[in-house]
Write a protein that binds this ligand. Sequence first.
Ligand code: FEO
Length: 411
Amino acid sequence: MYKPLEIAKNIFYVGVNDRTKPLFENLWPLPYGVSYNAYLVVDKQTALIDTVDLCYSDVFFQKITSVLGNRPIDYLIVNHMEPDHSGSIAWLVSKYPEIRIVGNKRTLDMLKGFYGITRNVVLIQDLEELHLGECTLQFYLTPMVHWPETMMTYVPEKKTLFSADAFGAFGALDGGVLDTQLTPGRYRDEMIRYYSNIVGKFGSPVQTALNKLSGIDIDAICSTHGPVWTQKTQVAEVFNLYDQLSRYEADPGLVIAYGSMYGHTEQLAEIIASSAAEHGLKKIVMHNVSKSHESDILRDVFAYKGLLIGSPTYNNKLYPGVESLLSGLQNRYMKNRFFGCFGSFTWSDASAKQLAAFAEASEFEMIADPVIMKQAMLSEVVEKARNLGQCMARKLLSGVEVVPNNSANCH
Ligand code: FEO
């Protein structure tokens, strides 16, 4: 039923699309689905690189047999053990009992732990090679991108990198698989959301991996999720994006995230945003934490350098959705942001203090005083809110364009 999908000479795509699951890791929305990518290298010996979620093992098998017919698979290379990629291993072994399973020490520990598999395993070390015939598989251990056992497999003869989760994106592959067959820009936001939600905690290991890969010549990146990157500009773009995100660098834009029970904190958010826009800032994204999914807010905070967070005081603490967002940011070691905060209270002013403490712990640069509103919007509060928006616009735009002198009271 399936036609073999050869993405480069002797390399076949055998991954699958999942447009059924609503949530990835039962947490992160999948509005456009997701692909679980796997690849076959067909040479004197054959190697399958990664498997797919168990739910799709039947489709996966049909795709493999469309390429191999009755020919066996000699090796399974396990770049990553998270079950969206390892879920079909036990099933695969039942179909190909003589397959040799290749992984590093941590991979093999997990293989035994998850699936009880200890037979026909091949332990490899960092930078070890496996020769299939004309093609060589070189293994680069890249721990914590995204799990401790994660590694990448490079085929120098094809200048092709099988990168596990790295450079992956949410979004099913609608028709094409290669970036030349689809609209790559469509996946950019979903790549940032994938990075920020799934890999974002591991900026430092990602930097280590990028340095390790910097000496190799890469013409194609085959990730476990999203398009296969083959165009020179796309390969460079996804590398640069990963480098930027893992250094917590960002574009000069602003995220305003706020919680609001009765609209007071929201009014502050609107005044601040209008002021920032009046002072020349165009890239502004606003999120009501009670409505926006946290995965979208995290994506935008990773993408933009400016961050303003607003919260009413709630039970003498932060508003729950704001508290959850801060926890998500701290969990990902978010740093290197211009920051400001605002909020409202009725009898106890707790939220601004907690937001300021968060900023200090994160070593964010506080750009102006917090804006606090007690019960109702007084004219001096409006002025402070306008000042906060103006300060953020100035901070983000300085260095990008000429910022006129003005009377803003910024830090
Ligand atoms: Fe796509 Fe970390 O699994």
